[in-house]
Structures are given as structure tokens and as C-alpha cells.
Write a protein that binds this ligand. Sequence first.
Ligand SMILES: C[S@@+](CC[C@H](N)C(=O)[O-])C[C@H]1O[C@@H](n2cnc3c(N)ncnc32)[C@H](O)[C@@H]1O
Length: 325
Amino acid sequence: MQDDVGTGGHVPVLLERVLELLEPALSRPAAGPAPVVVDANLGLGGHSEALLAAHPGLHLIGIDRDPFAIDFATRRLAPYADRTTLVHASSADLAEVLDRAGRPVIDGALFDLGVSSPQLDEAERGFAYSYDAPLDMRMDTSQELTAGQVVNTYSTAELTRILRVYGEEKFAPRVAGLITKERAKEAITSTKRLADIVREAIPAATRRTGGNPAKRTFQALRIEVNAELSALEAALPAALDALALGGRVVVLSYHSLEDRLTKQALTARTKDTSPPGLPVPLPAHQPRFRLLTRGAELPSDEELARNPRAASARLRAAERIRVDD
Ligand SMILES: C[S@@+](CC[C@H](N)C(=O)[O-])C[C@H]1O[C@@H](n2cnc3c(N)ncnc32)[C@H](O)[C@@H]1O
């Protein structure tokens, strides 16, 4: 994380679209109660800053599990300090965070999933295969489990599963097998040694195509260390449940596993679940939400030219159209 609040040219992903989608939910009549938005992945605070600037009455609850992100965003959002509540927590605890903030009902929620630019760029965080650093990958530096512990203590079968499921690695058994063999000689403690092991495990013909072969293994370890998918499985339903009528959620995901979970959570709430063949629809089975996006929206070529890190972004959004009786 930088020392000052310079953002190092960081551009929030799909910012204009995020603002446009949340706008109707966050623009309430001046006489009404102040609208509340949750940024469940505060990071550098780029999206949050733009939301606060666009909506003068808005209260923002920002959550990040990375203490450096909270420090940085606190400084960046200082001009809005009276309208922000920034919390060091996992979004898995979103419902509890809202309760503690005294704002159990919200008007908007934003998820900008995955890793931040500083997490990737600061070598010592151990997220990147392009630097040699200790195998860390913890977003929350106060947690115990590191990538080094996963690599050196999980069984070959567990490693294979993680690499296959979270990394979608075709050669998961070969990579896991070589990791177990190598760690028996000496513990694997650096990103470079792990990247070298993965390279060696992948067949030469495959190595020549499709970018760095360590990419999938590093993604898998990062997801495991930070329990990223289980956090999303808890956080997104909690945010949807907390939305007021007319409230909106926007989710930016960066790989197919996140996008699949997002799609499932949104689709489950936008479907009529009435048993087939009924003469009248049952209110209790009517959808509580409607989709605001057709499938997943992708960044435009123009955005990609400005912001190469948006390359894998997928955006989905929904609006609450009915509250439980
Ligand atoms: C892509 S960055 C967000 C960037 C931000 N939207 C901005 O404009 O600066 C993702 C952030 O989410 C955080 N994060 C990831 N999983 C989390 C979780 N389960 N709970 C809280 N924060 C999480 C990471 O620490 C990281 O700072």
C-alpha cells in the first residue's frame, strides 16, 4: 500500500456502469432517510469515493479483511468521514457488520471481488508468481493460515482437489504430486520455488501455450487461504436479504467460480417458484428480485485499453422488487 493517498493510477473497474446501476437506488428524496450503501470489498476505496461524491446524502459502510486496505481507504475517504463506517472484517460477516453499524436495511451493495492492485503489486504479500517472496497470500494479515502452510501440510489429495476446483488446473494430480515430492526434500517457502515446481509438473507442450503455468495454482491457493468462495456464499445472500424495496446489488467477479456463485444466488431470487399449473401465481412464490443485466456484462475495449486489470471482469446486478410479507 502506498504511504500517501495517491492511488498510483489505479482505476476502479467498470466505474461508470457501477455508478449508473446503483444510481436509482441511492438517489432518494432529500426529505427521506439517508440512503445506505455497503461496499463489501473496499480495497483502495475507488468505487466508494465515487459513490460518496455522486450522492451527497449517502452513508457508506465499507468492509475489507485487509487491514492495509482499511488504513488506506480511511485516509482516502477522510473528506467523507462523517458519512462513512469502515470495518476490518470479512464480508462473510456482513449481516453482523450491518447490525453493529445500526443499519440492518440497505439501499445498495457493491462486491468488487478478488485481490487489489497493492496486494498483487507488493512482492512481500506473496500473491504474485512474478516476484520471489515468502508464500503468504493472506488478505487478512492477522489470520494464521498462509499459502506456505497449505503447500507444506495439506495431503496430496487435498492439494489435488484445491488445484482442480479452485484453479481449474487440468494437471492438478501432477502438480500436487510434484509439490508433495519436493516438499519432502525441503519445505517450499517461496513463490519462485513453487512457480518452478508447477512449471516442471506441467507437460512441455502445454507450457508453451496459455500464459504462465503457475497462474492457476496461485489462484487456487489464494482462494483456499482466504476462503474466498465461502465468504461470497455467505455475503451475497446476506446483502440481498438486507436490501430495501428498490435496493440494488452489483457484483464484479474475476473468475468463473465467483461468477457462477453470483449467477446462482441472483437466479434463485429472480425466479417464480410457484408449482406449475396453478391458475393464479402464489404471492409467496413470486420473485423478490429482478435482474438488471442480461447474462454477465464484460468491459468494453475502451475500458480494457485504460485498465488492463479489468480484463477478466464480469458484472451482474439485480434489484429488489418485493419484500417478504
Ligand atoms: C478488487 S479489490 C477492491 C477494489 C476497490 N473496489 C477499489 O475501487 O479500490 C478487492 C478487495 O476485496 C478484499 N476482500 C476480498 N475478499 C474479502 C472478504 N471476504 N471480505 C472482505 N474483504 C475482502 C480484498 O482484501 C481487496 O482489498
